[in-house]
Ligand binder design. Structure first.
Ligand SMILES: *[C@@H]1O[C@H](CO)[C@@H](O)[C@H](O)[C@H]1NC(C)=O
Ligand SMILES: *[C@@H]1O[C@H](CO)[C@@H](O)[C@H](O)[C@H]1NC(C)=O
Length: 139
């Protein structure tokens, strides 16, 4: 009985993990290159600070009640709709920003970058701005 319960728990955990991915630094670099991202070191630094390269993260609730989603920790107050319909400035659902396919997350991150630059991301301001950036030479 115990064994069955344990196996079910493992199965459930695997299912829940289906859409979760933690990229290695070099996998992330490859993904970002695939999406034609420039300034790779800044983006890698930003993503490492925001989500530790995990696609499915929902951040803790912010002081205004909003939350941050996915690899780029994109805020649901302005950029994604926290529901079943796509919306807000990126015209996406927040769930679409937490999938292993990072196409929509990249596109939304570009929208934010165009509007506010890297300064839109607290982790970039705190960990990357004017600081040594991650070494990606071996990737
Ligand atoms: C977003 O949706 C989740 C679950 O549907 C809910 O727990 C959360 O409070 C919502 N966040 C906001 C800011 O509405
Ligand atoms: C938002 O995206 C949906 C499909 O995901 C599309 O049908 C709709 O026209 C888009 N809305 C705007 C304002 O771009």
């Amino acid at each position: 009985m115990k064994l069955v319960v344990a196996s079910l728990a493992v199965l459930a955990a695997l299912c829940l993990q289906g859409e979760a991915k933690t990229f290695t630094r070099c996998q992330l670099v490859a993904e970002l290159k695939k999406h034609k991202i420039n300034q790779l070191k800044d983006w890698v630094c930003l993503i490492e600070g925001e989500s530790s390269r995990r696609t499915d993260v929902i951040g803790p609730t912010n002081s205004d009640g909003s939350r941050d989603h996915g690899l780029f920790q994109i805020n649901d107050r302005y950029w994604c709709n926290n529901g079943s319909k796509p919306g807000k400035a990126c015209n996406v659902t927040c769930a679409e920003l937490r999938t292993d396919d990072i196409t929509k997350a990249v596109s939304c991150a570009r929208t934010i970058y165009k509007a506010q630059g890297f300064n839109a991301w607290v982790a970039w301001r705190n960990n990357c701005k004017g600081k040594p950036l991650p070494d990606i030479n071996m990737c």
